[in-house]
Design a protein around this ligand. Sequence first.
Ligand code: FE2
Length: 251
Amino acid sequence: MTGGASDLYEPLNQYKAIARNIGIVDGPFEYLTTAGMKLPLPFTTRMTVVRLANSELVLHSPIAFDAALAQSLQAIGTVRHLVSPNQFHYAHIGEWSRAFPDAIAWASPHARQRARSRGIDVLFHRDLGLEPPEEWRGQIDQTAVPGGIFGEIVFFHKDSKTLILADTIINIELDKMTQPWRFAVRLTGMYYPRGQIFFGMRLPLLLQKRKTRAAAQKVLSWQPERIVLSHGRWVEANATATLQRLFGWAL
Ligand SMILES: [Fe+2]
């Protein structure tokens, strides 16, 4: 079902700089194991790598561990922070932790319970909150976007003016999908070029208007120029216009 290799965001498993001290790594199709069956999901994921001033690397939403990728990252800095921004993007943190035992695994709210309940082998060391921890304060800011179980801690890399998201905004390119997924994604509106807030977050956002407003105000106050996201095409320019379109109602 994966079609030709050109359907993905080649090159895969390679660090691609998008600005100074920040880059992305596009991964292959993800798999979901249900009732012992390994099923391909209809999308790929992307991780973001930030290099801090002390040369430590933050891996946001790590993709599946790959030895060659790990080696190439070590040439850039020290793999130190493994960040799960929401309850869904943590599955590969355990693999990276085993390869980099000195790395700190950061849990988003409720990620620990979710991993435990699903028998995922991951040990979190620290918890993410509304404020950036000392380790990256001043270089990366963060806040919480409410969304029920889909709630996400979102990040802003100050130097490059990059908003770093996982699922909050989805911007799938329909021509990279096969049917029936293409049809299903079209129904949700979460496709390029006018990506959308992940549909699972929309009702919780409406129901938590006060928290949503606070999050929207904070994200817009950062004045991001670009938005990296995990699924679909990332937003290379005019990020503020995209955010106004998607979150303006909450201000
Ligand atoms: Fe996701």
